[in-house]
Design a protein around this ligand. Sequence first.
Ligand code: HEM
Length: 459
Amino acid sequence: MTVETMPKAGSSAPAPYTYAEQPGLPYLGTMLSFVHDPIAYEVGLRKTADMVATNGFGRRFYAISHPGLIEDVLVTKNAHFRKAAGLRSLTGIFGNGLLTSDGDFWLRQRRLASPAFHRQRIAAYADQMVQFTHRMLDGWRHGGVLDLHQEMMHLTLNVVASCLFGTDTSAEAARIGHALDAVMSLLNNQGLIKLAQSMLRIRTREHRAFDAGIKMLDEVVYGIIHVRKNSDDDRGDLLSMFLAARDEDGSRMSDQQLHDECLTMLIAGHETTALALSWAWYELTQKPEVAALMRAELAQVLGDRAPAVADLSALPYTSQVITETMRLHPPAWNISREALTDVEIGGHTIPAGTEILMSQYAVHRHPDYYDNPDAFKPERWSGDLAKTLPKYAYFPFGGGPRLCIGQQFAQMEAILILATMAQRFDLDLVPGQRIVPQPSITLRPKYGLKVKLRSPRIG
Ligand code: HEM
């Protein structure tokens, strides 16, 4: 392996940055390390150099962790890239929805969906977010024990279904959760046995559970579309926008496309926010002094009244708790692109068809950008860090044209839910459980997150 320092070479990246070649084993390249521990693998690549050329299964790819180079890929030169094969393969789940589609088709759909995510429109969702949280908390009792991650998944699913589709999924949230677990579990390619099974195309019990999960999700989504189509009810929400959309020739979106867009929003729009909340609470249980500061802010600004959208700017510390959580535990922990043409990045020609990996997890813990990078310190965001940091040293929502469409929705939702929960309960981690991140598409707590509830008013 060689590491060299590169000149600026026409990129927006501040020079110098380092470049290394890490070919690994014949054919397998460095994939054994990836399969063994994907998180450690990505952090290891970042430690090796800002740009690492490596191999996997006979194909060369690049891992970049320099913010300027990430900006080149996601923003400046984004037209030379499309989503990488791993994400495109998710069409088996999402179909041709916003997350997986590309080119002109994607652009048209993105423009159609955008009004549902405008700032003013989102503000109107705030009350529903708080109401659903209260409904969940009404079922909680002092001393009760529950899996917080499951609760957060159900809550954020209900929120997104209600805000974007005017549907109440409360009764089905648990079933939908099981279906999603089955679907996501197959996508978690960790482990040599799974790798071998997928290479040999062996169908397992997991594959059957996956098929059943997809069937169940399809039923839910087609059910939502069917009810609205038959009601002629224009609620002005995302589903109404999709139903009202017409092509130049006047044709409507097909049922299949409606399904793909809605399913994409349901899945992309709830698990990530649920993870931000789960990991935030995990950190708060570890750092009582942070929890105390947050509660003090909530008490001072809100007292006993429910938070509203107008309160958000007065809750900087609560907001920093979410920002810091997504730094240490980015729910979407890496993103990849594939070059459509030969393109120059960091002074190197990336040949068409080559993939580039950008790991939020690894970059967000880079000691060049964050002091004591592995420590949970919301107060690090209280000064001008956000302004002085290179833009892509923090990118939990991606960037460029493919920036998360739900960013503002998610940020508002996470703060409102966290605040509402903290007003009514304190959480303690149940001792003796293993809390480890499971690096699939998202970064879930592998064995859940069991907590014991404490009402601050009781003790
Ligand atoms: C904390 C919460 C969230 C995080 C961390 C997150 C993260 C991301 C990231 C990193 C991407 C870009 C992926 C790439 O470039 O390859 C993305 C895209 C997307 N997200 Fe989110 N997301 C969150 C919440 C939401 C919400 C609430 C919604 C919808 C209600 C949503 C819907 C989408 C969609 C549809 C895309 C694809 C956008 C496009 O390509 O045009 N996300 N998200």
